[in-house]
Write a protein that binds this ligand. Structure first.
Ligand code: ATP
Length: 295
């Protein structure tokens, strides 16, 4: 089953398109890394999938159904927004009471255990928590709802490295135990490598990549060799991006494990190299179709 499907999805603010022609099909049970530079359209996409804003064009469906405002549909989704707007005068206990009353499937044990483990005192008010503690509390609210689809907008941004690692482990547990589909945006690719198995890259309001990370890595190569041997590479090589450093040239290509003679070495890219290669070349795309061969 598809967890999220968008067809020709677009959202305009005034005359500016924040997101355009977005076609995505994300299978259930995936942990999706949503990446893109500042202002790319990531939050806009998450807001559309959460149903917080309406499309200016196209459509979104979750679990095969168009987004509706009814409680049954909303119950399946949790969204932790970037600014995790928690009521500042609420205590942590108030937040949990609020969560329990609003959500029939509320997992009180999960919420309590996690807050205890994080050492977040339940008597403290939201405004007395640190930025990282507030983010953790917001995440607890999202997790304890036990959603089928969990949307997280930069959940790791205010967390220290250990906390980031811990959050990713909790997300993995959610997927393993409940088959939750998770879409999380982040600027720190290293945090995503071990956990995410699907990549969506947005750039300038357009989707550049959407696919299984393993397949994407296997379908690309880092090709390195001496600059002066550049002419020995095939003319029609699908190059995503090319950099030179001293006498060395390095290309990210859509060629998989091909080899190009003794002067050139080929290896699969890392996730970071793949993402940087595409985001640095906004016109490149790894989506299927006639635009997929870059140059
Ligand atoms: N409510 C709004 N009114 C006007 N413009 C908006 C609004 N929300 C977003 N935009 C514009 O839409 C574009 C995409 O913004 P969005 O917040 O989706 O980007 P993002 O990828 O989440 O960025 P970041 O990584 O900086 O959080 C930007 O140009 C932004 O200025």
């Amino acid at each position: 089953m598809t967890a999220v499907e968008t067809v020709g999805l677009g959202r305009r603010f005034g005359r500016t398109w924040a997101l355009r022609d977005c076609g995505l099909s994300i299978p259930e049970g995936r942990v999706v890394a949503l990446v893109g530079p500042n202002g790319a359209g990531k939050t806009t996409l998450l807001n559309l999938v959460a149903g917080l804003i309406r499309p200016s064009a196209g459509s979104v469906s979750r679990f095969g159904e168009p987004i509706r405002d009814d409680t049954a549909s909303l119950r399946r989704v949790a969204y932790m927004a970037q600014d995790s707007a928690l009521y500042p005068t609420f205590t942590v206990t108030d937040l949990l009471t609020f969560g329990r009353r609003l959500n029939p499937g509320w997992d009180a044990e999960l919420a309590r255990d996690r807050l205890d483990r994080l050492g977040i005192p339940s008597r403290k008010r939201v405004r007395q928590l640190s930025g990282g503690q507030r983010a953790q509390a917001a995440l607890v609210l999202a997790l304890a709802k036990r959603p089928d689809l969990l949307l997280l907008d930069e959940p790791l941004a205010s967390l220290d490295p250990l906390a980031r690692h811990d959050v990713m482990a909790v997300l993995m547990e959610m997927v393993a135990l409940h088959g939750t589909t998770i879409i999380l945006s982040s600027h720190i690719i290293a945090d995503l490598v071990e956990t995410c198995d699907w990549l969506v890259a947005v750039n300038g309001g357009r989707i550049q990549i959407s696919g299984e990370i393993e397949e994407l890595l296997a379908g690309h190569a880092m090709v390195s060799g001496p600059r002066e041997a550049r002419t020995l590479l095939p003319d029609r090589l699908p190059v995503v991006t090319e950099t030179t450093s001293g006498r060395q040239a390095q290309l990210l290509t859509r060629t998989g494990a091909e080899t190009f003679g003794p002067a050139w070495s080929t290896r699969p890219p890392t996730l970071d190299e793949l993402v940087r290669g595409y985001l640095g070349t906004p016109e490149a795309t790894a989506l299927p179709g006639p635009t997929s061969v870059v140059r």
